[in-house]
Design a protein around this ligand. Structure first.
Ligand SMILES: C[S@@+](CC[C@H](N)C(=O)[O-])C[C@H]1O[C@@H](n2cnc3c(N)ncnc32)[C@H](O)[C@@H]1O
Length: 346
């Protein structure tokens, strides 16, 4: 058999890197879970001091810390017992729980919930059934999640911290000057409304979600000093009237539901939007050819694991559903990373 030039250039490196990708992921998630980055935010520490503070054994300690050095999340001066470890700049800004820029809440949830549930991806693909807390239960995922106040808080914090970049990009790039009222459906802690209200002082916002979430949103809005322009309201978006507004936003709502439910929620939003208003869905929108936005496709698989019918969607899907509901036009524009805003105009 002859070997072509192309064959010689092929290596299994990328296959092995992706296939073993759970190793570095779990090392980072564990460091977040153990509180390593908060500990190191105080300044350089020797391994023995870190072990004592986090309750770790000697065995594995240096491999764990030095793996984080090799992955670029921790920096080190010296080696072995003489070494001093400190946060790398990125970790210091985004993984120290004491800083408002903390994004680790999303990783805490990834560690505690998603990581074990993704172990059952095969089963999800074979059965088409969720693999999380509602496995074999046929229950509403949010109802089940919110039974436990700690899980509710972890989930809401995870959502908020993971989406902050996208919400800020939306506040900075969408033309809100034409509108005066905004209703955020499934607004969780109110982060989208808070981000947009901070940037656009003329806007009046209402963040609506299930009753269990309202106290968390009220607290966050109060901390932001925005009670006069952002209201937290309890509402079931399947049953209750959606408040009238010029802009209705939905962050990661449509991907939680199957196609018929998506269409129903888009239709309900259309009826509650004022004339000339806009529906804005913040999601990891998949490119129309379904080849490029790997994160959006993986998020869609996450919806297979987490929900009975949810899936992410393309701009073309969104254009079809919104046209069917009566919207005159739609577009997708990029926000941050793999996140986009799918916008439909009434
Ligand atoms: C995936 S989270 C998204 C949270 C937030 N919008 C974001 O982008 O991070 C979905 C949200 O929808 C809310 N939700 C689910 N069912 C709902 C319903 N029937 N009525 C109102 N809110 C609901 C959940 O409580 C949760 O906060």
């Amino acid at each position: 058999m002859t070997t072509t030039g192309t064959d010689q250039e092929l290596t299994p490196d990328r296959i092995m890197e992706v296939g073993m990708g759970f190793w570095p992921a779990k090392v980072l998630l564990t460091a977040v879970k153990l509180g390593l980055f908060g500990e190191l935010a105080a300044g350089p520490r020797p391994a023995a001091g870190i072990a004592e503070a986090l309750g770790l054994q000697q065995r594995g300690l240096y491999d764990f810390l030095d793996a984080l050095v090799a992955l670029g999340f921790v920096e080190r001066e010296g080696i072995g017992e003489a070494a001093r470890y400190r946060n790398a700049p990125e970790a210091d800004r985004f993984l120290d729980p004491a800083k408002p820029t903390y994004v680790g809440a999303a990783l805490e949830m990834a560690n505690d919930r998603m990581y074990p549930f993704w172990g059952d991806l095969e089963n999800a693909l074979e059965t088409g059934e969720p693999q999380n807390e509602i496995k074999h239960q046929g229950r509403d995922v949010f109802e089940k999640l919110y039974e436990d106040p700690a899980r509710l808080e972890q989930f809401a914090n995870a959502m908020g911290s993971a989406q902050m970049g996208a919400f800020q990009a939306l506040a900075g790039s969408f033309d809100f000057s034409r509108y005066s009222t905004l209703c955020d459906l499934g607004g969780a802690r109110g982060d989208l409304s808070i981000c947009v209200a901070r940037e656009h002082e003329h806007l009046q916002c209402v963040s609506v979600d299930l009753p269990a979430v309202e106290p968390l949103a009220r607290q966050r809005i109060r901390q932001a000093g925005l009670e006069h322009r952002v209201e937290a309201r309890s509402l079931d978006f399947w049953e209750d009237p959606i408040p009238r507004a010029d802009v209705i936003t939905m962050g990661h709502i449509l991907h939680d539901w199957g196609t018929e439910e998506k269409k129903r929620l888009i239709g309900r939003s259309f009826h509650s939007l004022n004339e000339g208003g806009a529906l804005v869905a913040v999601e990891s929108v998949i490119d129309d050819q379904r080849r490029e936005n790997a994160f959006g496709l993986l998020m869609s698989l996450n919806m297979l694991i987490e929900t009975p019918g949810g899936a992410n969607f393309t701009g073309e899907d969104f254009a079809g559903w919104t046209a069917e509901a009566g919207f005159r036009d739609s577009e997708v524009f990029p926000l941050s990373g793999p996140m986009s805003a799918a916008v439909a105009y009434k």
